[in-house]
Design a protein around this ligand. Structure first.
Ligand code: SF4
Length: 460
């Protein structure tokens, strides 16, 4: 363990605490890139960090409370190490009033930035260090993205370095922000309107990932199907992007998320079905099976439209794995509406579903509606989870004795001597293996199914 006496001769370490979705994981890789370019190293286990960054999420109340709780915990660390730099950024800081809350309740935080200000991190850290060296009170500037800011803040930053942390998986953002304003969702307020990356920049990044040995590229966006809508050249769209990526040579896979059902086009389904690299796997959030609730959520599709998409997807790709997000307890959801959701789950038979209890987000229209008692929401989610688990188990059993191509991604948690990875359809498979297997494809014979997890052995 290093001591603080010989600090000046020691390496400087950083820690990043990431909350929320894959987009945040990806943005934390950019933060790591900036810090490493400044000479900081990832903090080894058991060491203390010189800079701690919180990349926050506000999609649900629990994520926000967890982040604030942990920022509170760091206060003690800051007391024993006053040179520690604390930075907070991400969706939570973009909400109205949150930067001020941090300033007042957590005055030991040095830097607060918004999701579109990551590139400013280096300058802000340098300012903190300079102000400490000159013993001046830190000139704290809480820079959070604000729609009244000059438009240069709305430009996509292609220069920020990136340290990828998820080999063999690489995350590539293709579109920022969201235009949809689902009534329960805070994202359009904290990540602003849609802004697509230039197609050639995306293609260059995917090619680089493939050349660097990454085997699974996930294209990210709040709504990937809107890619290109804000670009005048109409040939720039998601289907064409998929086709261009598919032309890249190499042994790699591509996934993408998230797809909005109102924007999933026949061209995208066609591009998936005719590709070599795009996985037969789609995450298509339904949220509710009730037309009335979908309307109140401002989702702008109907149950019928959604089921029509499922039919098209399955006739184009019979082996496609379809997953979804489902929210229960939206303010206007009645027992009958909830039964409609149960019905669509039975009908579609998702390979897996991410189920959530609706949590009001301040500033969204749904938060102002009359809320459903928590006990009702809890009872509904329990029923839904039980139904989905039984479907997942039945689907899992069908895998037994089959052989699937699996990308080995990591060691399996809680299983010594085992590794894990996903099938093309997105199912997690655990099998005997070693560190050498990570980043390689294997044909794996499935021997056992435990709910969502499959177990198997390499086919020789
Ligand atoms: S599509 Fe709806 S749920 Fe998804 S990020 Fe946009 S507003 Fe939120």
């Amino acid at each position: 363990m290093r001591t603080r006496q010989n600090e000046s001769t020691m390496n400087k370490f950083y820690k990043i605490n990431t909350y929320g979705c894959q987009m945040n994981v990806h943005e934390s890789e950019k933060v790591a890139g900036i810090l490493e370019e400044m000479g900081y190293l990832a903090c080894p286990e058991g060491e203390s960090a010189d800079i701690i960054v919180f990349n926050t999420c506000c999609i649900r109340d629990t994520a926000e409370r967890r982040a604030l709780g942990n920022i509170g915990v760091v206060k003690a660390e800051k007391k024993t190490n006053p040179d520690l730099i604390l930075a907070v950024f991400g969706c939570m800081t973009q909400q109205e009033g949150v930067a001020d809350t941090i300033k007042n309740r957590y005055p030991y935080v040095d830097i607060v930035l918004g999701t579109r200000n990551i590139a400013m991190l280096k300058t802000e850290i340098e300012k903190v260090i300079r102000s400490r060296e000159t013993k001046k009170k830190s000139d704290k500037k809480y820079r959070c993205f604000d729609r009244s800011m000059p438009t240069d803040y709305l430009e996509i930053d292609e220069k920020t370095p990136q340290t990828r942390t998820s080999f063999p998986n690489a995350w590539v953002n293709i579109i920022y922000g969201c235009n949809n304003f689902c009534t329960y969702c805070i994202v359009p307020y904290v990540r602003d309107r849609e802004l697509s990356r230039d197609m050639s920049s995306v293609l260059d990044e995917v090619k680089k990932c493939v050349n660097d040995g990454y085997k699974e590229i996930t294209l990210l966006g709040q709504n990937v199907n809107s890619y290109g809508n804000d670009i005048a050249d109409k040939s720039v769209n998601f289907a064409n992007l998929l086709k261009k990526i598919d032309e890249i040579e190499g042994d790699f896979r591509v996934r993408f998320m998230t797809s909005h059902p109102k924007d999933l086009s026949d061209e995208v389904i066609d591009a998936m079905a005719n590709s070599k690299h795009i996985c037969r796997n789609l995450h298509l959030p339904i949220q509710s099976g009730s037309d009335k609730v979908l309307k109140d959520m401002n989702r702008r599709y109907t149950r019928e439209h959604y089921l029509d998409l499922i039919t098209k997807l399955r006739s184009a790709m019979p082996d496609i794995g379809i997953t979804t997000d489902i929210m229960v307890g939206f303010p206007t959801e009645t027992e009958e509406d909830f039964e409609d959701t149960m019905g669509i789950v039975r009908e579609v038979r998702y390979s897996n579903a991410f189920t959530f209890i609706y949590s009001p987000r301040k500033g969204t229209p749904a938060a102002k509606m009359e809320q459903i008692p928590y006990a009702v929401k809890q009872a509904r989610i329990e029923k839904l989870i039980a139904l989905q688990n039984s479907i997942t188990k039945e689907i899992s059993n069908d895998y037994i004795n089959g052989v699937y191509r699996v990308l080995c991604e990591d060691f399996a948690e809680k299983h010594n001597g085992m590794v894990c990875g996903r099938t093309e359809g997105g199912r997690l498979v655990t099998f005997p293996g070693t560190a050498d297997d990570i980043g390689k494809f294997f044909d794996v014979e499935i021997t056992e199914a435990r709910s969502a997890s499959l177990f198997g052995k390499k086919k020789v």
